[in-house]
Design a binder for this molecule. Structure first.
Ligand SMILES: [Zn+2]
Length: 355
């Protein structure tokens, strides 16, 4: 049977312990039957998982070297000449993105089995591919027909990735506040389901009582939160439910190369969310407690090379240019007020951590 992706949301969602080897069963249970399956992985640890899956089912293993256009082409040719009817992507974001792209180009179904969770690209029709200048480009990809997440695999992944995933979800609160503002000020329409899905995904984590990153129960909530965020964006037809002023500032920091350390996107955006919530006058104690419990940096300016007035002004200007048309709290304040609020935020956070 051939499943053609018409909907914007994957059909299979399965998050559980030790389910890697149940992939064939999950397909059958959903009435999907394939003749020739190619399992694509990266070179290192995702390769071991792919080998296990292939051995059990006599499927073909394909190892990707990188997330370049050349690799997209190599996999495209391989899947066409091998006559496969399903690609299973097992690995980190790079593997998932290359497969999404190949699936888009060939119209082949694919299934995602992530081995790490760290950002909001898990469920999205966007592929980030590296061009021959070494720069990444965000281009169209196909939404996976299913996402299968093995909690044992995620638990073994580096804790910093888990923290980034837990952190990125804090931006849902700041982003949805911006969305309300855009609705009030500019009449932008709000997709109710997308709005509530995004917000409840974040609140389920913020109000969870045992926030231990490697605990299975919390991990399950983080994974579910990412899935719900992805669905929220699909329903809204844009990243609006999960991306507001905090993402604009984060993208501007990356664009201007202002960060002194190489911090994961989710961690950076989480720190900035605390500040944008402060700007919106919506920062609650539970948000700060969430950051403390998960190890998110309280004051995002500690990430920057410099916090002088000129740098902050530049940051504000660039943030406002990052995504024309996305109305946020940044459009409600002046450059000078932004600088003042950054300084006031620093003082506020210092008070918070005083013993
Ligand atoms: Zn993000």
């Amino acid at each position: 049977m051939i499943y053609k992706q018409l909907a914007y949301i994957p059909i299979i969602f399965q998050v559980d312990e030790a389910i890697l080897l149940s992939v064939p069963e999950l397909l059958q249970r959903n009435n999907f039957y394939f003749n020739k399956v190619v399992v694509v992985s990266g070179k290192s640890f995702s390769s071991n998982y792919a080998v296990q899956l292939c051995q059990n089912n006599s499927w073909t293993h394909f190892v990707l070297k990188d997330n370049t256009f050349a690799e997209v082409e190599r996999l495209k040719q391989f899947s066409e000449t091998s006559n496969c009817d399903l690609i299973i992507a097992i690995g980190g974001g790079k593997v998932l993105d290359v497969v999404k792209r190949v699936s888009y180009l060939t119209n082949l179904n694919h299934l995602s089995v992530p081995t790490i969770i760290s950002n909001d690209g898990l469920i999205s029709p966007i592929s980030v591919i590296k061009n021959h200048h070494g720069k990444t480009e965000s281009i169209s990809g196909m939404m996976p027909m299913g996402v299968i997440i093995d909690l044992d695999i995620i638990q073994k992944s580096p804790v910093d990735y888990i923290r980034a995933a837990a952190g990125d979800i804090l931006s849902n609160i700041s982003a949805t506040n911006d969305w309300i503002l855009a609705n009030k000020e500019k009449g932008e329409s709000i997709n109710d389901i997308g709005f509530h899905l995004s917000r409840s995904a974040a609140n389920a984590l913020i109000y969870f009582n045992r926030k231990v990153l490697k605990d299975k129960a919390f991990l399950r909530m983080i994974v579910q939160g990412q899935i719900n965020s992805g669905i929220a964006m699909s329903l809204a037809g844009s990243s609006r439910p999960c991306s507001g002023s905090e993402h604009l500032i984060s993208h501007a920091i990356d664009f201007l190369d202002l960060s002194k350390t190489n911090v994961l996107h989710g961690n950076q955006v989480a720190s900035i969310s605390l500040f944008t919530l402060f700007l919106q006058d919506k920062l609650l104690n539970v948000h700060v407690e969430y950051a403390l419990a998960t190890g998110i940096m309280l004051n995002f300016t500690n990430l920057l090379h410099s916090t002088d007035k000129l740098t902050l002004q530049l940051l504000y200007q660039k943030a406002r240019e990052m995504r024309p048309g996305r109305f946020t709290i940044l459009d409600m304040i002046t450059e000078d007020l932004f600088v003042q609020r950054v300084q006031a935020f620093g003082v506020y956070m210092q008070e918070k951590v005083k013993p």
